[in-house]
Each structure stands twice: as structure tokens, then as C-alpha cells.
Design a protein around this ligand. Structure first.
Ligand code: LLP
Length: 439
């Protein structure tokens, strides 16, 4: 079995994370429960930063908070000195509630509303990543009304799409995000932005995909961008201060995944960008990246209580847990795979193969297919690993299931950072119908 971070088996033979027995966590906080290994998040954050420092490159590592956004997580990001990527008023509000330094917040999104842009400007946001022409014009108007200037990056689609292991090179990128680099859109946007009083154009952004296991895609993207930058330098006298290459660094969910180390991604990317800058005789831009999954993914574990068992003779054994697609929609949505153990006896030899079902009324609500496990019953707790990214943040109340709480564990201590939703929480937005309408 592969244990991440501080996860290990303690003297009682139980799974322990952050020095805390997971069965004690279950007694204290109930199930389902999201548990985060804080030391591992810190290690990942420092890994990125130290690699940039070692290479002597000016950089910002912006945590993509869509992967897991809560006040405590944002505070942790601040403690580690990272920047923050937000994509909505909600994520921005969370960051502000956590007192995150607003000048280190970058605002993303392909359809930011006027209200969101106003909020960002009013709060003094560090940078807005402009996605499209509509937004560029809207932001220019809002800046004009407020007599403010916005720091912007232009998001471009370089014509490379990463599908985990392979890359599609498309001349005309079919994506809802960003200005197309090849068909002139990006250049037109840049010209508009440079001609406007409303903007300080810091540079260029691109993000080629998620759960990527190689550096080829990042390198191809950098090459395509530099070809254009060279052109823009000659014709528009524009050289970017910043090149943001997005996130997407892959992590190990199961033994089918073979990610490279975060430092390797950074080293390969920097080497290429340095070469390109030298080749085109341009100054080395500050490099920004936006890891989400690779900062928090393997630091998260979800604990469930095992409940009902159903056997379809000669076909399959279903074991149901007290959560499912409501707290982890990734298996249903992306056929994502996970590994899991019994928290009370993680090293015990498996003697059956079971499929882990969620409790939602939907056949597709399966968390893990064909998992080898020791025989278990409803006294057992199942620990599903690597649920730290896009688990809580994509959680929902389907079937009116309350969302689980989140606990941070570190140095033998557990801290509740999101409380469990109650049944009252579930109806807090509901209003009764008016049976009598007065006229
Ligand atoms: N930057 C931008 C502009 C992005 O769109 C994303 C992710 C990231 C950074 C962070 O990517 P990461 O390092 O986490 O791969 N819900 C899906 C993932 C969607 C990713 C969307 N954008 C999942 O659960 O796999």
C-alpha cells in the first residue's frame, strides 16, 4: 500500500495521518470526513518555491483555490507565502475573509461579471487574467468609471491541449478559454490593451490542461508563445514582464499514475523559457504557475463508514459507504480512480474484491470499482486516499446529503476547519410557498 505524506500505521495498527489516529478522528467528528495532512501541503508548497529559488528565477506560485477553497486553506497558503488564484466572487470573498494579501490574488474566469470585476478593483486585486474581448471591453469601461488602472495578463490558447499523457496540437484551438494565439485574436487583444489607459499589461497566461504527467506540453506551449512574443517585440515593442504557465501538474491517485516530481516540472519549464528568452534576445520574464491539485490532492483523505453489502453472485460484491458522489463526484464525472484501505487495519491482507458504492440514488454513484480489501463489516471505516483536490470544492447536496466537515491534522493535533452541514443548513435557503396571494 502506498501512503502519502505523514500517513502511516500506528502502534494500534490503525491508519494515522498527521500523527492522529484516523479512528479517533471518526469518533470525534463522525463520517464522512475530509482529513488534510497539513505538513504535506506545506512540503508541496515549499517544494515549488525552493525550486524557483534554486534556479534563481523570479516567480509567483499561485495556489489555484478552485481545487479546495476554504478560509483555513487560504490562511495556510498565506503562511507558506504563495499567491492565490481565484475564479469567482465566492473564491475572492473567501480569500478576503481569510485576510489574504489582495495584491497577491489573481482573478481568473471566462465570464467574470461586472459585479465581480468591480469587486476585484474595489479591493485592489493584484492581477486580472483577461480571457476574452468581451471582458477586455467590460473591464476597460469599469476601470474608466472608477478611474482606476488594472494589472492584467492576457490568457491565450497556444493550440496545445494536454490529455494527461498526450497532447493535441490544433491550429485553431477549440476552447472556451482565452484568446487564440494563431488566428490573430491574441494580437488584436494585446494591441487594444496596450492602447488603453485602463490597463497595465503585465504579460501572458496560458493553461494547457490538468493531471499532466510530462513537461512536453508546457514546453510546446512556451515555444508557441515565444514565437509570438518575438513577433510582438518587433512590431508592437511589447515584452512581457510575466509569463504565467498555469497549473495542471499531475499527481499519483493509483499505481497506474506515474507523475514526475514538482521540481522536475519547474526545472524543465524554466530551462526551456531561459533558452527561448536567450534565443529571441528577450529579457527573462517572471514566471508564474498555478498548481491546484499538486498542492492539495494527495494531502486529502476521506473517511467513510461502511454500511450495506450486496452480493450479486458470480458478478460483484457491492459495499456501500455513507457518502459518495455528493462528496466526491470525480469517479462519476471523470471515471477517476482511487485507492482505499480499511482505516482500522490498513495492512491486513485482502481476501475479497469489492466495489465501493456511494449512497446516492444513482447507479453511477460508484466510488471505486474492484477494490481488493480484507472482509469488512459496518464496524469498519474506509479511508479513500488522494481526495484533497476537487473533492470538497465540487461537493454538493444531491439527495439532500449534508456536506462533510473538513479537519486539518498536523503534529498530532486535529483542527476542525469546516463544520459538518446540518439538516437545518440544508433548508436554510428554502422559503415556504405563499398559499394566499393578496391582491
Ligand atoms: N489554472 C487554471 C487557469 C485552471 O483552469 C486550473 C484548473 C488550474 C490552474 C489548476 O489546475 P490543477 O493544477 O489543479 O490541475 N475538476 C477537475 C479539474 C478541473 C481543472 C480546472 N482548471 C478534476 O477534478 O480533475
Amino acid at each position: 500500500m502506498y501512503f502519502n505524506g505523514t500517513a502511516q500505521v500506528n502502534e494500534k495498527g490503525h491508519l494515522q495521518i498527521g500523527g492522529v489516529d484516523t479512528l479517533d478522528l471518526v469518533s470525534q467528528f463522525g463520517t464522512p470526513l475530509y482529513v488534510y495532512d497539513v505538513a504535506l501541503i506545506r512540503e508541496r508548497a515549499r517544494g515549488f518555491k525552493e525550486t524557483f529559488d534554486k534556479l534563481g528565477v523570479k516567480a509567483q506560485v499561485a495556489y489555484a483555490s478552485k481545487a479546495f477553497s476554504t478560509i483555513a486553506m487560504v490562511q495556510l497558503v498565506e503562511e507558506e507565502g504563495l499567491s492565490l488564484d481565484v475564479v469567482s466572487a465566492g473564491e475572492l470573498y473567501t480569500a478576503l475573509a481569510a485576510d489574504f494579501p489582495v495584491e497577491r490574488i489573481h482573478f481568473h474566469g471566462n465570464n467574470k461579471s461586472r459585479e465581480e470585476l468591480e469587486m476585484a478593483l474595489d479591493k485592489g486585486i493584484g492581477c486580472i487574467v483577461v480571457d476574452n474581448l468581451y471582458e477586455l471591453q467590460l473591464l476597460e469601461r469599469v476601470c474608466g468609471e472608477k478611474n482606476q488602472k488594472a494589472n492584467i495578463l492576457l490568457r491565450v490558447t497556444p493550440g496545445i491541449e494536454a490529455h494527461t499523457h498526450d497532447y493535441i496540437l490544433t491550429g485553431q484551438e477549440d476552447s472556451k478559454f482565452g484568446f487564440d494565439l494563431q488566428n490573430g485574436q491574441a494580437e488584436a487583444a494585446l494591441q487594444n490593451a496596450l492602447n488603453s489607459q485602463a490597463f497595465e499589461v503585465l504579460g501572458i497566461h496560458c493553461h494547457i490542461g490538468s493531471q499532466i504527467f510530462e513537461t512536453t506540453g508546457f514546453i510546446l506551449a512556451a515555444q508557441k508563445i515565444f514565437e509570438k512574443l518575438n513577433d510582438w517585440k518587433q512590431r508592437l515593442s511589447f515584452e512581457p514582464a510575466v509569463l504565467n504557465l498555469g497549473g495542471g501538474f499531475g499527481i499519483r491517485y493509483t499505481n497506474e499514475d506515474e507523475p514526475i516530481a514538482a521540481s522536475q516540472y519547474v526545472e524543465d519549464i524554466i530551462t526551456e523559457v531561459k533558452n527561448l528568452a536567450q534565443h529571441y534576445d528577450m529579457k527573462m520574464p517572471e514566471i508564474w504557475i498555478e498548481p491546484g491539485r499538486s498542492l492539495v490532492g494527495d494531502a486529502g483523505t476521506t473517511l467513510y463508514k461502511i454500511g450495506s453489502r450486496k452480493e450479486v453472485p458470480d458478478v460483484r460484491k457491492y459495499l456501500a459507504v455513507d457518502g459518495g458522489m455528493s462528496d466526491n463526484i470525480r469517479p462519476a464525472l471523470y471515471q477517476a480512480k482511487y485507492e482505499a484501505v480499511l482505516a482500522g487495519r490498513p495492512l491486513e491482507k485482502a481476501n475479497e474484491v469489492v466495489s465501493i458504492a456511494g449512497k446516492c440514488c444513482e447507479s453511477g454513484d460508484m466510488l471505486i470499482w474492484d477494490l481488493p480489501l480484507p472482509e469488512s463489516d459496518d464496524n469498519d471505516v474506509l479511508a479513500v486516499f488522494c481526495t484533497g483536490a476537487y473533492g470538497y470544492s465540487m461537493a454538493n447536496n444531491y439527495n439532500r446529503l449534508p456536506r462533510p466537515p473538513v479537519v486539518f491534522v498536523e503534529n498530532g493535533e486535529a483542527q476542525l476547519v469546516v463544520r459538518r452541514e446540518t439538516l437545518d443548513d440544508l433548508i436554510r435557503l428554502d422559503l415556504s410557498i405563499q398559499t394566499k396571494i393578496k391582491n
